[in-house]
Design a protein around this ligand. Structure first.
Ligand code: UT7
Length: 332
């Protein structure tokens, strides 16, 4: 079988209008703007309107990505939605998006890899493009506000809502996905989880009363894992790509905490001008975070044909993923 190189044809994002500031959080829990800024780098985050669910933001991001790629919904072969906050357990949010887009030719499924979801979905999609599925829509979307306990100061200051989408298709030799590295360590699953509402702990009066439908996190453990894995995975993916860090134009890490980003960048010797950071404006948007950063870079005209971009994420699972992409379509 001839190998088909897969790349990003177009990208788009969607963020809710409503801004939740640190000052507002000061009125909700025992915290301060100074603590949140110094411990996380976050100044504000976006919260989806009450009537909106994951598919609403996903649809908006998808429409932008399709327009950017000059692809119509009817041409799509597959839709993959990375999310841990789907509209509901089933049907898959990807199927809801498929219907609303009118992507009648596309198969559709959800993928659960926490904040690594966008990288995971890009890798799955790129490998399927390589086997002949021509056009794949990948979406990373999370509304973590829906599973956040706004009386728990150790988590409620961190998260925000958002969506990002990318259209994948064949690109010229040397372009698109150059290398990827995914992994999981399920032994750390307890460090970041939503305990109830699944088949282990079905929803009941007791689970709701115990707050088990909220996200629970051992922040310190996730922090240590994140700093270690961002460095290790980045090093491994660069080696696979046969590139030195100097060859990379943009490092786009998962936007969880400025201290995690800076510690990883320092370890890898990445200069500030190559590091993309928007955590101050959105907080941690989970599966949307990396795609949202890429969409902003693209919209601002900061991504040129031929640029090498390195994305790296970590999240619930625990999972991680990194990827080197050579931007543009080349001579496809
Ligand atoms: O995408 C993956 C998702 N998860 C993450 O990326 C999270 C990774 N972890 C982190 O970002 C950090 O661990 C946190 C930001 C969650 C916490 O920062 P930390 O420096 O690890 O703080 P800590 O948990 O060690 O807490 C230090 C102190 C504690 O008080 P005591 O016990 O020292 O008196 C906390 O109770 O800070 C307190 N604290 C707060 N104080 C004010 C925790 N949250 C807050 C808050 N405002 N919002």
């Amino acid at each position: 079988m001839t190998h088909i190189q897969a790349g990003i044809w177009g990208i788009g994002a969607a963020i809710p209008e409503r801004i939740l500031t640190n000052q507002e959080l000061e009125t909700m829990v025992e915290t301060s703007d100074a603590w949140i800024r110094s411990r996380t780098g976050i100044q504000e985050r976006r919260i989806a309107a009450r009537e909106h669910a994951a598919s609403d933001l996903a649809l908006e991001a998808a429409e932008r990505a399709l327009e950017d790629a000059a692809v119509s919904a009817g041409e799509l072969d597959m839709i993959i939605v990375a999310t841990i906050t789907p509209d509901m357990a089933f049907p898959a949010t990807a199927c809801i998006v498929q219907d609303r887009l009118g992507a009648s030719k596309a198969s559709a499924f959800d993928l659960s890899a926490g904040c690594s979801g966008f990288v995971y979905a890009l890798d799955v999609g790129a490998n399927l493009v390589a086997t002949g599925r021509a056009r794949i829509l990948v979406i990373g979307v999370d509304l973590l506000s829906r599973v956040t306990d706004y009386s728990d100061r150790s988590t409620c200051v961190l998260f925000g809502d958002g969506a990002a989408a990318a259209v994948l298709g064949p690109v010229g030799e040397g372009y698109g996905v150059v290398a990827a590295e995914l992994g999981a360590d399920g032994s750390g699953g307890d460090f970041l989880k939503l305990p109830a509402g699944g088949s282990r702990r079905p929803a009941s009066h007791d689970t709701v009363k115990a707050g088990e439908h909220y996200l629970h996190m051992a922040g310190n453990e996730v922090f240590k894992f994140a700093v270690r894995i961002m460095g290790d995975s980045t090093t491994r993916v660069l080696k696979k790509a046969g590139l030195s860090p100097e060859a990379i134009r943009w490092f786009v890490p998962h936007q969880a905490n400025i201290r995690i980003i800076n510690a990883s960048a320092q370890r890898l010797g990445i200069p500030d001008e190559k590091l993309y950071v928007n955590v101050q404006r959105y907080g941690n948007t989970s599966a949307a975070s990396i795609g949202l950063a890429l969409a902003e870079l693209s919209d601002a005209g900061h991504l040129s044909e031929g640029d090498y971009v390195l994305i790296v994420g970590f999240g619930a699972g625990l999972t991680w993923g990194s990827m080197v992409i050579r931007w543009g379509r080349g001579e496809s």
